[in-house]
Ligand binder design. Structure first.
Ligand code: GDD
Ligand code: MN
Length: 234
């Protein structure tokens, strides 16, 4: 299997089928999609499983472990069979057309960050000043405390080669939203000539439902930064 696309969901019933259709239209051949749902009360998982009956590349799973976006993605990656593991949001804010480009870039790399801040990337709507401030501060902290080089360390849209994932998996302690940053950081601490790059993506509008980014998620991010920073190799 070439590609595994993992999609975390929490109450995305109104978005998920459109996303699955868009992925199917954007990707040729050899791939699987694993939706990892957080026991969504709106019945997201049931909708996915019904879709999967006629679309064998798709499967719906339930997050069995600690609640959260990052643990769900790790669960999905652990089930995945692909050579390249990729993660995208289930609310249509990540574009399936960008997915195809991201995966193409992953042919030549070990880690590809879907980035809003490089050429070809951007936002479909203007964010409110509060969200801009939160995002910029979070990005600044990642650069400052962890020294990661990428322009968009906050992204939730990325691809990682299986081998790179396996080399850091044992050290993961996923919590909150920022699994991409944790993987990137751990890989940076792992010997190897890892080829990391960014690929421009457009962060779209949420059409249905609402964001689950909360004060708790922000707190989880700050504690994660603290823990990762303490693990830094001299
Ligand atoms: N399984 C699972 N468990 N899925 C979750 C959970 C959870 O606890 N919380 C959220 N999700 C799913 C949502 O259903 C959606 O598919 C995706 O994860 C992203 O969640 P949103 O609530 O839409 O987050 P956002 O749009 O505010 O944040 C996104 O953009 C940020 C960039 O500004 C995410 O991609 C972030 O990772 C990213 O940093
Ligand atoms: Mn979203």
């Amino acid at each position: 299997m070439k590609y595994s696309v993992v999609v975390p969901t929490l109450n995305e019933r109104g978005n998920i089928v459109r996303l699955l259709e868009a992925i199917e239209a954007a990707l040729p051949g050899d791939y699987e999609v694993i939706v990892v749902d957080e026991h969504s009360p709106d019945g997201t998982l049931e909708v996915v499983r019904e879709y999967a009956q006629t679309h064998p590349r798709v499967r719906g799973e339930s997050n069995p472990g600690v609640r959260g976006l990052s643990p769900s993605i790790v669960h999905g990656f652990n089930l995945a069979a692909g050579e390249i593991l990729c993660c995208m949001d289930g609310d249509l804010q990540h574009d399936a057309k960008d997915l195809a480009g991201l995966l193409r870039t992953a042919e030549e790399h070990d880690f590809v960050v879907g980035s809003r801040y490089v050429e070809g990337g951007g936002f479909a709507e203007k964010w409110n000043p509060c969200r801009v401030l939160v995002s910029r501060t979070a990005t600044f902290l990642a650069h400052w405390l962890l020294g990661v080089q990428v322009r968009d360390p906050m992204s939730g849209f990325f691809a990682i080669r299986r081998e790179a994932y396996l080399s850091v998996r044992e050290r993961l302690n996923p919590r909150g939203f920022k699994i991409m940053l944790e993987l990137l950081w751990l890989l940076k601490q792992t010997p190897g000539n890892w080829r990391v790059t960014e690929y421009g993506i457009t962060f779209g509008l949420r059409h249905y439902g609402r964001s689950k980014l909360s004060g708790r998620v922000i707190w989880q991010y700050l504690t994660m930064l603290y823990t990762l920073r303490r693990q830094r190799q001299p």
